[in-house]
Design a protein around this ligand. Structure first.
Ligand SMILES: C[S@@+](CC[C@H](N)C(=O)[O-])C[C@H]1O[C@@H](n2cnc3c(N)ncnc32)[C@H](O)[C@@H]1O
Length: 260
């Protein structure tokens, strides 16, 4: 496993420091999400019954969550009968996940590591999922082929992430919300570092996601553009309800590994 700090790519090392430092802020939200029966997605908490993110029948399936953080998505899937592995780059986030796993009496396998190199043989899983996890902070040109490698033919990849449009409209200044102005070029969108922030994010245009997924062996089945609910609330300051009612602040990609 790629856990020797010196061997980790620079963005993974930086994101490890960032997420270890931020983990305390994710304890409360993680506890609330673990306590939910019905999954609720993203910064607006849109219910599963509205978005239909998860496959209908997941019981008995092998699932891996890429960048599980406090592992509430893993918990939702384990409660539906899946065998779940969560891999995360932050030991501090995993400490919360381990405590909540004990408190809720659920069996998850939690691994400290980089999702760009999952310590599993080819074709080990039926579903790979990443909720604002590795899909936002790992290099897509590394983690998408890795997801393809460890998925069985016909297996599914699902990842909710921030929308390309939101990224184009996001001011660099901390705490400022997206406006209706395009603030950066759409072409060659890839690695983004917000000033004064340790973390490194990755964002692709829709065309680049499509080409990468197809080249890696996936067929794209859906891309849900999430609209915030009418009276939605969020703890995040980088997007307002007014914005997210008009434009998608999040997008959920669903792809299937070709059977060949
Ligand atoms: C916004 S959190 C999302 C996770 C979860 N949904 C939550 O809210 O706790 C992002 C997570 O992705 C993890 N992460 C970032 N880069 C990663 C990588 N290369 N491999 C595995 N996990 C990664 C971080 O450590 C962090 O826990």
């Amino acid at each position: 496993m790629m856990n020797d700090e010196a061997e980790l790519p620079e963005h993974v090392r930086r994101n490890r420091v960032h997420w270890d430092a931020l983990a305390a802020e994710y304890v409360g939200p993680g506890e609330r999400a673990w306590a939910r029966n019905e999954p609720a997605w993203g910064k607006w908490g849109v219910p599963e019954s509205k978005l239909h993110v998860l496959p209908e029948d997941i019981a008995g399936k092998d699932v891996i969550e890429f960048g599980c953080g406090t592992a509430y998505v893993s918990a939702w899937l384990a409660r539906r009968g899946a065998r779940v592995v969560g891999i995360d780059n932050s030991a501090a986030q995993l400490a919360t996940a381990r405590r909540l796993q004990r408190e809720h009496g659920l069996e998850l396998t939690l691994i400290h590591g980089n999702a760009e190199h999952a310590p599993y043989p080819d074709a080990s899983f039926d579903l790979a999922i990443s909720e604002f996890g590795a899909c936002l902070y790992a290099d897509p040109y590394r983690w998408v082929p890795e997801a393809a490698r460890i998925l069985r033919p016909g297996g599914e990849l699902i990842f909710p992430t921030n929308s390309a449009l939101l990224t184009l409209c996001q001011p660099e200044e901390d705490g400022l919300a997206a406006s209706d102005r395009l603030l950066r070029p759409a072409f060659e969108m890839y690695r983004i570092e917000w000033p004064g922030d340790m973390c490194v994010e990755f964002h692709l245009s829709h065309g680049d996601w499509l080409r990468l997924l197809r080249r890696s062996g996936f067929e794209v089945e859906d891309m849900i553009e999430v609209q915030a609910p009418e009276a939605g609330t969020t703890r995040y300051t980088y997007v307002t309800l007014q914005w997210a009612r008009q434009w998608p602040s999040e997008e959920i990609w669903k792809a299937r590994r070709r059977r060949q």
